[in-house]
Write a protein that binds this ligand. Structure first.
Ligand SMILES: [Zn+2]
Length: 109
């Protein structure tokens, strides 16, 4: 399955690494030559946890997942649904000032 690129990152024109948008230089080689690029929103869950003490403006339980996208870009995403499993393939989307898991992970039964 191919997913259309929709997740905005920056790409270094010098060493070609992808990284999350932030001010400053390429975190790998220090080049100032970086530009926006869209990559696939599909990624793999590296870690996930459920917090029962929610952030100030959040609801409990608050589920978050660390997701690795193509090129090794890692994002911390809020999981509105159930807690995803480790290694599961999910999609992410930028929503306001944070990232959310967009597709509800498949249920195992
Ligand atoms: Zn670079």
């Amino acid at each position: 399955m191919t997913v259309a690129p929709s997740f905005r990152v920056l790409r270094c024109a010098s060493c070609h690494v992808h990284f999350l948008p932030r001010p400053g230089l390429c975190p790998k080689c220090g080049s100032r030559s970086v530009r926006p690029e869209l990559i696939s929103p599909a990624g793999r869950v590296l870690a996930a946890t459920e917090l029962h003490g929610p952030p100030a403006e959040g609801a409990a339980p608050h589920r978050i997942a660390l997701v690795e996208l193509s090129g090794g870009v890692r994002v911390l995403a809020v999981a509105p649904g159930r807690l995803p499993a480790l290694g599961e393939t999910v999609e992410v989307a930028a929503v306001g000032d944070h990232v959310e898991l967009r597709s509800e992970p498949e249920t195992s039964g």
